[in-house]
Design a protein around this ligand. Structure first.
Ligand code: NAP
Length: 247
């Protein structure tokens, strides 16, 4: 039973929608992101819609990895427990490889991969102590096959998926479930013109599918399930020229 959840990147998009979805099912939520003013607005919306649930806001930059454990500990103490942590915070970074802007790629790896891993690690520390917990990592279908122009983003997600797969095996004996989520395209602020991407879905639909999958105990959630359950298997086999044409 998941009654208390901390979500990173909860100020917009999928993270905000997950907070709404969990709260609608009676769970208390800790919202974490850098923009505390935006989180405060999200929290007010949630409290108005779901007055019975507890909502906590905490400022967190996941690139500052040392600050993640204290933030999750505060979330646990303010919520009165912590059943689930969702490592969702992430950024894109369109970049032309070799064009002189490697720092952009470095930042993507820092936030998506190192920040994501550090969130999983901090959650695992808390959950090992209590002997149970659910860790959810938001990866991407670009983990299956890289997108030209977003090589660092694709690498960050492939790395994060691999990390989640391995930590799932490591942490099982401590009573901890690790769930990897691979969304396709979801209409959020992460990139302009998201509504023009193939098979795009709104964030609230994505959140509903993700929470359903988490509550059913699925270890790998593709969102939306169709067509990505099929495409996810086909993508790694596609020749470069097909990817080149598609993007
Ligand atoms: N939208 C899609 O099509 C899609 C597809 C596959 C995977 N995803 C993944 O889904 C996750 C959420 O993305 P989204 O689409 O919902 O994008 P979004 O609307 O831009 O939300 C990103 C969230 O991450 C937070 N964030 C960014 N950098 C952060 C940092 N350094 N520390 C803490 N929080 C940070 C942002 O909040 P602040 O700016 O307030 O910090 C925001 O709440 C990401 O991991 C993304 O890669 C998205």
């Amino acid at each position: 039973m998941i009654k208390t959840i901390a979500i990173t990147g909860a100020s917009s998009g999928i993270g905000k929608a997950l907070a709404h979805e969990f709260a609608s099912r009676g769970a208390s939520v800790a919202l974490l992101a850098r923009r505390l003013d935006v989180l405060t607005d999200v929290a007010s919306e949630l409290q108005q819609k779901f007055p019975a649930v507890k909502v906590v806001t905490l400022s967190l930059d996941v690139a500052d990895t040392d600050s993640i454990l204290p933030a999750l500990q505060t979330a646990k103490s303010e919520l009165g427990g912590l059943d689930c942590v969702v490592a969702n915070a992430g950024i894109t970074g369109v970049n032309k490889t070799g064009a002189g802007d490697f720092r952009k790629d470095q930042r993507v790896i820092m936030v998506n991969l190192i920040g994501g891993m550090a969130t999983v690690d901090a959650a695992a520390r808390i959950f090992r102590e209590q002997g149970k917990g659910v860790i959810v990592g938001i990866s991407s279908v670009s983990a299956f096959k890289g997108i030209p122009g977003s090589a660092a983003y694709s690498a960050s997600k492939a790395g994060f998926s691999s990390y989640l797969d391995t930590t799932r095996i490591e942490l099982k004996k401590h009573g901890i479930d690790v769930i990897a989520v691979h969304p396709g395209f979801v209409k959020t602020d992460i990139a302009p013109n998201m509504d023009k991407y193939p098979f795009v879905i709104p964030a609230d639909k994505a959140a509903r599918e993700i929470v359903n999958g988490i509550l059913k105990g699925h270890s790998n959630i593709l969102v939306p399930a169709m067509p990505w359950a099929v495409l996810g298997r086909v993508m790694p086999l596609l020749p470069d020229r097909v990817i080149e044409k598609a993007f």
